[in-house]
Design a protein around this ligand. Structure first.
Ligand code: ZN
Ligand code: ZN
Length: 338
């Protein structure tokens, strides 16, 4: 089979490798669509906790091609996606229901071969049937949506609250949809790309503001006392620093964007004290994959317009180039022929 192998820092090639065989308890999946995520870029740059060589790709959907020994409840040919995070279920954090902090962390496309290959194996316990109405491309959006669902859970949003989101990339726009269905009275989105702001409006943002300095005045008009929930979906420390100014007392700042490791932001502790602020992070997926599939399967959240381009595996380099250089791009996916 063909696979895109990350061989070392910033080095990858398309290679012919053997199709893996599923071990007991695993399934073999024939990949049909796989999204490129910021994490994949970090992996390629050697900034994440994995060893080279590695086949990345953790957002995917496909068909079951074979079942390992002892696997029940799935059939060959079934359309599926998977939660890439593999929890051990017996360490300290797994025992106290903090599985995303599993001490034996393993993940498809991070610590073991992922979806930038025609086939991959996944433990059956991580596999989810794809709702009928979803295409494989939409199914490959379930994992990023599951991450966003966890973030929204962490934000403690309540009906009638106002939300401000910095960043209208695929994640910012998924968060927008989730806050909408979670009862926010208003969701305001700020970004630098006109195209993304237009899409934010089409996807239900009350206002979409360009981050050119003029947004400050407008945000004060919209919410003189601030927003109950402010979200960073940019990962840029300078944006995060400013975002805190828009929090209402007792508000929650959700740091969703992944900042570069070692980067820091200025924060006035007195303000956190005086204004009763909550600052929360959100790491990966914590048993939210089924919720993401419920939202996609019912049509409550539509992800079709979030997929901006698709490339065959052979053109992985072009896909990567687009991710890194096109500020208007949304989710870029690798697709595999039937
Ligand atoms: Zn991801
Ligand atoms: Zn564990």
């Amino acid at each position: 089979m063909r696979a895109c192998v990350f061989e070392g820092r910033n080095r990858f090639s398309i290679q012919e490798v053997p199709v893996p065989s599923p071990r007991p308890g695993e399934v073999l999946i024939r990949v049909r669509a796989a999204g490129i995520c910021g994490t994949d870029i970090h992996i390629l740059r050697g900034e994440y906790f994995q060893d080279f060589p590695i086949v990345a790709g953790h957002e995917f959907a496909g068909e079951i091609a074979a079942l390992g020994e002892g696997v029940e409840g799935f059939t060959v040919g079934e359309r599926v996606t998977a939660d890439p995070n593999i929890f051990c279920d017996h360490c300290y954090f797994c025992k106290i229901n903090k599985n995303n902090h599993c001490l034996n962390f393993a993940a498809v496309g991070v610590t073991r071969s992922g979806a930038f290959a025609e086939y991959l194996t996944v433990p059956a316990k991580c596999v989810f049937p794809l709702p009928e109405r979803l295409s494989f491309s939409e199914g490959a959006m379930a994992e990023p949506l599951a991450c966003a669902v966890y973030g929204v859970q962490r934000s403690r949003i309540k009906p009638g609250e106002k939300v401000l989101i910095f960043g209208a990339g695929p994640i910012g726009l998924l968060l927008l949809s989730l806050f909408r269905v979670s009862g926010a009275s208003e969701v305001i989105v700020v970004d630098i790309s006109e195209k993304k702001l237009e899409l934010a409006l089409r996807r239900g943002a009350n206002e979409a503001l360009r981050a050119d300095g003029s947004e400050k005045k407008r945000l004060r008009e919209i919410a003189p006392f601030g927003f109950e929930v402010v979200v960073d979906a940019t990962g840029i420390p300078e944006v995060m620093e400013k975002a805190l100014d828009y929090l209402e007392p007792d508000g929650t700042f959700l740091l969703f964007g992944v900042a570069p490791r070692g980067a820091s932001m200025r924060l006035e502790p007195y303000e956190v004290f005086r204004r009763d602020l909550h600052i929360v992070g959100s790491f990966a997926v914590k048993k939210t994959m089924q919720y993401a599939l419920n939202l996609l399967g019912s049509g409550a959240i539509d992800v079709r317009d979030l997929i901006s381009s698709q490339y065959p595996l052979e053109r992985f380099g072009d896909a990567l180039e687009e991710v890194l250089t096109n500020k208007d791009r949304l989710k870029v996916q690798i697709v595999y022929d039937s």
